[in-house]
Design a protein around this ligand. Structure first.
Ligand code: HEC
Ligand code: HEC
Ligand code: HEC
Ligand code: HEC
Ligand code: HEC
Length: 189
């Protein structure tokens, strides 16, 4: 879409947003997340094993996008960690730790990336930048909830426009910043 068409769409569609705003503002999501090709548990990796978020999502502080870790990152451990032959209750589905890790090793052997299904995504017309939020000191949990306690990551907040604007309004340092953080073109262009 050209910039001009986008700018025209903004006022036309905004009526719908403002209606939506009042009814769905910050609604909590109850979705338990997609079924991924590998049942990768954040509760085990980020929780029990305490691997820091940024060890895997390495780009979060330096680029707009945090990145999903590459196979190399997984194999850094799973070349030697083959896992215990024990069952594990993953969100109500029984898996075997060793068998699940074996699947990772199969992808690696075939030189195929794991086709992870996205959990969060902004529509194309919204601009979101992780770096600025992390630099400002916000914890991942403010937006993503306590991921370290989840087997499958799922949405905790519906990150709709109301969610973004509420926090922008509460955290603006001064009037000038408030104006800029509420400006349509800060998030849409
Ligand atoms: C060992 C590597 C690893 C660690 C440590 C890790 N993650 Fe992840 N993360 C992944 C992988 C792989 C995926 C993609 C699969 C999935 O969604 O479950 C992912 C997905 C996510 C997603 C969903 C991405 C999307 O599609 O929207 C979020 C949010 C996330 N991680 C946040 C965190 C947070 C917060 C922490 C720290 C508490 C963390 N991760 C620690 C590997 C890791
Ligand atoms: C820093 C080391 C480390 C990294 C990096 C790592 N893991 Fe693990 N992983 C472990 C440990 C430790 C276990 C637990 C093994 C056990 O309990 O026997 C584990 C368990 C698993 C399991 C079985 C439990 C579960 O989560 O379902 C899977 C599957 C798995 N890892 C996949 C991955 C994938 C995919 C990646 C890359 C995105 C990855 N791991 C990165 C250390 C790591
Ligand atoms: C201010 C809210 C906010 C904070 C804080 C935040 N995120 Fe996100 N995160 C989002 C939004 C919004 C998306 C969807 C972005 C998109 O689709 O462009 C997202 C997407 C992701 C994704 C998926 C990216 C992809 O390429 O699919 C990962 C992984 C992730 N976040 C990890 C983290 C980690 C790790 C932290 C803490 C270091 C963090 N986030 C902090 C809002 C946030
Ligand atoms: C937890 C509070 C919080 C949430 C939630 C939040 N933001 Fe922000 N955001 C901020 C603050 C504070 C700044 C100013 C950061 C700075 O520049 O120091 C900011 C800055 C920005 C910027 C300007 C950065 C730049 O590149 O110019 C954009 C764009 C933005 N946020 C988009 C979003 C979107 C889109 C969402 C919802 C998906 C969102 N934010 C959710 C607090 C938040
Ligand atoms: C802080 C970031 C932010 C600002 C500022 C912002 N928006 Fe949005 N806007 C969003 C997000 C995020 C969505 C996507 C909501 C979703 O997917 O649920 C959105 C969606 C929209 C949509 C599409 C509505 C729909 O239902 O699909 C329109 C139109 C829109 N915004 C107009 C505006 C107008 C007009 C302004 C200025 C008054 C504005 N936005 C300011 C973040 C922002």
């Amino acid at each position: 879409m050209s910039r001009r068409i986008k700018l025209l769409l903004v006022p036309v569609l905004s009526i719908f947003v403002f209606v939506g705003f009042y009814f769905f503002d910050n609604a909590e999501s109850s979705d338990k997340g997609p079924v991924q090709p590998i049942r990768f548990s954040h509760k085990i990796h980020a929780g029990e094993d305490q691997i820091p978020c940024q060890y895997c999502h390495s780009f979060v502080e330096v680029s707009p996008n945090p990145g999903i870790p590459s196979m190399q990152k997984c194999m850094g451990c799973h070349t030697h960690i083959t896992g215990r032959d024990v069952d594990y209750d993953f969100n109500g589905t029984n898996i075997n730790i060793q068998a699940e890790i074996a699947k990772v090793r199969e992808f690696w052997a075939k030189k195929e990336p794991i086709p992870w299904i996205k959990v969060n995504s902004m529509p194309e017309y919204v601009h979101f930048n992780h770096k600025r939020h992390i630099k400002r000191g916000f914890d991942c949990a403010v937006c993503h909830g306590d991921v370290a306690s989840m087997d499958q990551v799922h949405k905790v907040n519906n990150m709709n426009m109301g969610f973004c604007i509420t926090c922008h309004t509460e955290n603006a340092k001064n009037h000038e910043e408030l104006t800029s953080l509420k400006d349509c073109l800060t998030c849409h262009y």
